[in-house]
Design a protein around this ligand. Sequence first.
Ligand code: AMP
Ligand code: ZN
Length: 115
Amino acid sequence: MDDCIFCKLVAGEVPATVIYEDDDVIAFDDVNPQTPVHTLIIPKEHYHSLSDDVPPEILGKLFSKVPTVAKLKGVEESGYRIISNKGTDGRQTVFHLHIHILGGTTMPIGMGPAD
Ligand code: AMP
Ligand code: ZN
């Protein structure tokens, strides 16, 4: 996808603080962190969201590397929260499937609607 910032990041065309990379996925720190640890993990291949007929093996590779990234970021013991925003109500802003890994602090109780 030519106009996708995360595809450009995968291609090395935009800078990133890369935490983990293999043939299928890459994890990098969020440019606008919401918590002390805020890292994104994405498939290298472009899928707009979980609704984009993502092959189960890609989903398996993506989710199974979350603990690896959490360990590299030092939050595997303390814990973390993962989020994948989808569409308008999910407030997705980058339309390349990604999982947020949030940690380094205690997350708020609840995940209810915006005020
Ligand atoms: P979402 O709202 O779930 O689509 O989240 C997209 C996330 O991508 C936001 O938290 C942004 O701060 C983050 N982001 C956007 N561009 C970059 C970039 N070039 N490098 C790292 N993170 C980015
Ligand atoms: Zn993309």
